[in-house]
Design a protein around this ligand. Structure first.
Ligand code: PHB
Length: 399
């Protein structure tokens, strides 16, 4: 099979690059598929840094589903190629080029960080390489930069935060603050939180931010008592979330101004957060104690494979494999059979541990956003913050 040329980096930006390559896409040779030849899937994820645990769970659960399918998709044996993107946007284009060029990946799965994912979206738009996003919530990927071959098995940054804001507003909170890392995920989640709270009758009166992945929270926490707010909403995840939740409690704020947020704040982190997380309410498309057969089987299998408890990242990795499997089965293992692959994936109903979901027209899951409360080391589901919530997805025009 011929190598794909590296992605051209263009100073004129994503849209111009996409248009230019779309014009020549018809000229690309379509490789013949030898049924026995391994299908190379590039897993670009963070295996180091503040999101390392997230990447590990996504990869392990992706491989778990692959094992359940006997290691094959569309009849071809699958070879998984892992690449550590370190959640570093500066290296993202180079890393994608490595997967497509050097490693000859024919389909891509990645990543966690909203800044890094844009290089994968660009590659998929320009080269037609199928991409499944197993976490990163960057709204542009399924709004203005949506593309036929770009799919998300996770969430948009807007979705969980909207649910949280809405639930808070319905509880009667009128004034809240938003604290986060200053990058796409934190800011877009902030927008969702603001809209949800407004729909529930409240307002975000202040936003406090620090650069990703810094953890110098003290100057921000020192401002909270003076804000005159009834709640603090926040987006942090992974190692940063562990530290933020602990420092929020240590500063004596937990009892004075309840902390809440997108569910990543307490997801996969409760053991490390300990008592500091107890009672924190969050909203997410997954939670502990979801009683459906798929969830029970999945959690047992994941535990057996990794000795860890499953979390939302594991669920998203598993569902990424399910979704890609639908497309590859429909094309008998040919990731370049775009029309058939996209038709099958777009229409898929994924039997997820989170509950079954379908995709919106811009390829983002339509799903329940659960309200959870941290208790005894679990994010217990205590209600539904927003039922069958779709990202508003304005601006998506499929090529
Ligand atoms: C993101 O950057 O989109 C992101 C990272 C970690 C999360 C959720 C979203 O847990």
């Amino acid at each position: 099979m011929p190598d794909r040329a590296p992605i051209a980096t263009t100073r004129r930006g994503l849209l111009v690059g996409a248009a230019g390559l779309a014009a020549s896409a018809g000229a690309l040779p379509r490789p013949a598929i030898a049924q026995g030849s391994p299908l190379r899937i590039g897993l670009m994820l963070p295996f180091s840094g503040t999101f390392a645990a997230l990447g590990e769970n996504i990869a392990a659960a992706f491989e778990l589903h692959l094992q359940e399918r006997g290691g094959r998709m569309g009849g071809r044996p699958v070879q998984v190629i892992r690449l550590d993107d370190e959640s570093n946007p500066a290296n993202a284009v180079q890393n994608v080029n490595r997967l497509i060029g050097r490693d000859r990946a024919e389909a891509l799965v990645g990543t966690v960080h909203s800044g890094v994912v844009m290089a994968l979206v660009q590659a998929s738009r320009e080269r037609g390489v199928p991409l499944v996003i197993p976490n990163a919530g960057n709204v542009a990927a399924t709004r203005e930069l949506c593309a036929p071959t770009v799919f998300r098995a996770s969430f948009s940054n807007w979705q969980p935060a909207y649910g949280m804001g809405l639930a808070l507003g319905k509880q009667g909170v009128k004034r809240a603050a938003w604290i986060t890392w200053d990058y796409a995920a934190g800011n877009e989640a902030g927008e969702g939180f603001r809209e949800g709270l407004r729909a529930g009758g409240g307002e975000v009166v202040r936003e406090l931010k620090l650069p990703f992945p810094e953890t110098n929270f003290q100057p921000l926490l020192a401002q909270v008592p003076g804000l005159n707010v009834e709640a603090v909403g926040s987006f942090f995840a992974g190692g940063g979330a562990v530290q933020f939740v602990r420092e929020y409690a240590a500063a004596g704020l937990k009892e004075r101004v309840p902390l809440c947020g997108s569910g990543f704040l307490t997801e996969g982190t409760l053991a490390a957060q300990g008592a500091a997380a107890e009672g924190i309410r969050t909203a997410l498309h997954y939670g502990d104690g979801l009683d459906n057969p798929k969830n029970r089987t999945f959690r047992a299998a994941f535990k057996e494979k990794t000795t860890r408890e499953a979390d939302v990242y594991a669920v998203q990795g598993y569902d990424s494999a399910q979704l890609l499997g639908v497309g590859l089965d429909a094309t008998r293992g040919d990731p370049a059979a775009e029309r058939e692959l996209v038709r099958a994936m777009r229409g898929a109903r994924i039997d997820s541990p989170r509950g079954a979901f379908t995709l919106s027209p811009s390829h983002n899951p339509v799903q329940n956003i659960y309200l959870r409360e941290a208790k005894g080391g679990e994010n217990r589901v205590i209600g539904i913050a927003a039922e069958a919530l779709a990202d508003p997805g304005t601006g998506c025009r499929m090529a």
